[in-house]
Design a protein around this ligand. Structure first.
Ligand code: PMP
Length: 453
């Protein structure tokens, strides 16, 4: 592939993007009181120099303020995996907010127990607590793990992402040494003092770190999804469970993204036996939410410490958020889990993601490209490496931001949105085969243009 040609084509796509989105551009230019001109700094990640401004979003479609419609495969980076404003969710919000009243009141509603029971049924862990983000669920669960094991460290995989959790911003460098992830913003201390790091799909590297005997909990996604998709090799997840047991370490499975695998995430599809499960984003249908679940054994140990006065889980001990578990959030989770992200919906979504993956693979094969596409239920992603990367470091090395920008802009200019982080595409229950086929055709055209064929 000619880099000159890539840059020429990208410049043309940028011009087209700027010319066809004057209203978004004007709003961006006027935003002088926002850091980076955006409500959240990661919104600067969108290609094209400025983000599209949202006008409306319904089902699997968003419309920007210039009146362009998009098949949305970004879906709020999984926050909208239930689809935009799914009717059961908006009805529940309406019932809670308007008919009954009470968005947050320090008081439980009956929805919370329903949601916890449903999560117990799906994931097999009996006891749950709520947060307003997956980040907070991870933070609080890590505190619980340190408390009940009496150990200070956690183990994560190089190039993991679990939200803005201080202890997780650690990678292994080219020499295999742990170090703070490049760009880590203002760490309180060197995160290698709180965290051990291993390579995903490398049980020996996990064993070596656990042998120090100071790791409270392994924190991992069952497949890495934040550095492209890195699927676990056969035996890897079972091996993690075995090593954790051998070393008195707990296993926290962060299913925030991998819920795409099915109603009970990969915990169910892979028959995992985690001590802790973390969820967030999608289970509120777009309303802020998060949750962590504990086994009976971990909950019992937490109870002992609490009763002994060693852990204040009711007030200022570090595991609480004022609006966590609020009436609106739990009503939205109940509606999402009972009526939207159902077993049947996951079947449809996975089928569409398979169709998407086959479409991408056909283009890769037609041109003999050294690329790969991986799928995790309803989620699919292409990576500029073949075979697909097997560790976070391999996947990081396959990044090609210039190619990402070209493809993202090519697609956006023709009515398809991908997540601005690498090349994730996600299906929701309202995604249609025609949306997928639109992507397939455009992806083929973009690649053909790039190769001059
Ligand atoms: N865990 C995983 C696996 C994630 O991918 C993310 C966000 N991308 C988080 C946790 C944090 O989610 P949030 O930003 O909603 O707190």
């Amino acid at each position: 592939m000619s880099r000159d040609r890539l840059h020429r084509l990208t410049a043309a796509e940028r011009e087209r993007y700027a010319a066809s989105h004057p209203a978004s551009r004007a709003l961006f230019d006027q935003a002088s009181h926002l850091i980076g001109r955006v409500p959240m700094t990661w919104m600067s990640k969108w290609s094209g120099g400025f983000p599209l401004y949202l006008d409306t979003a319904v089902a699997a479609t968003v419309t920007d303020v210039d009146g362009h419609r998009y098949a949305d495969f970004a879906l709020g980076d999984t926050g909208a995996m239930a689809g935009h404003s799914a009717p059961p969710v908006t009805a529940a919000i309406n019932r809670r907010a308007i008919e009954r009243g009470g968005l947050t009141a320090m008081l439980p509603t009956e929805d919370a127990e329903w949601v916890a029971a449903e999560l117990a049924r799906r994931f097999g862990l009996p006891l749950w607590s709520f947060s307003l983000s997956a980040t907070d669920a991870n933070r609080w669960a890590i505190r619980v793990a340190r408390l009940v094991t009496g150990r200070s460290k956690i183990l994560v995989f190089s190039y993991c992402y679990h939200g803005s959790v201080d202890e997780t911003f650690v990678i292994l460098d080219d020499d295999g040494a742990a170090r703070s992830r490049p760009g880590n913003v203002g760490p309180a201390l060197d995160p290698t003092s709180t965290t051990r790091v291993a390579h995903f799909n490398d049980l020996e590297s996990v064993r070596a770190e656990l042998e120090h005997g100071d790791v409270a909990v392994i924190v991992t996604e069952p497949a890495l999804t934040n550095i492209g998709i890195v699927l676990p090799e056969p035996g890897f997840l079972d091996g993690l469970r075995r090593l954790a047991d051998q070393h008195g370490t707990l296993l926290l499975i962060d299913e925030t993204h991998t819920l795409s695998a099915g109603p009970g995430g990969m915990t169910a599809t892979e028959r995992l036996r985690p001590d802790i499960v973390v969820l967030g984003k999608s289970i509120g249908g777009g309303v802020a939410c998060g949750a962590y679940g504990l086994t009976e054994a971990v909950a019992a140990r937490l109870g002992e410490h609490t009763r002994a006065g060693a852990a204040d889980i009711e007030d200022v001990g570090g595991v609480g958020g004022t609006l966590a578990g609020n009436a609106l959030s739990t009503a939205a989770m109940r509606a999402t889990l009972s009526e939207v992200l159902t077993e049947q919906a996951f079947d449809t979504m996975s089928g569409l993601a398979a169709r998407y993956t086959a479409g991408v693979q056909a283009t890769i094969d037609r041109h003999g490209l050294p690329w790969s596409v991986s799928r995790l239920g309803a989620r699919a992603e292409y990576r500029f490496a073949s075979p697909a990367p097997r560790t976070g470091n391999d996947s990081a090395a396959a990044a090609d931001p210039d190619l990402d920008e070209y493809l993202h802009l090519y697609l956006a200019n023709r009515g398809v949105l991908l997540t601005p982080f690498h090349n994730v595409a996600l299906m929701c229950p309202a995604t249609e085969a025609a949306d997928v086929d639109l992507h397939t055709g455009l992806f083929a055209d973009a690649v053909a243009d790039l190769l001059g064929r």
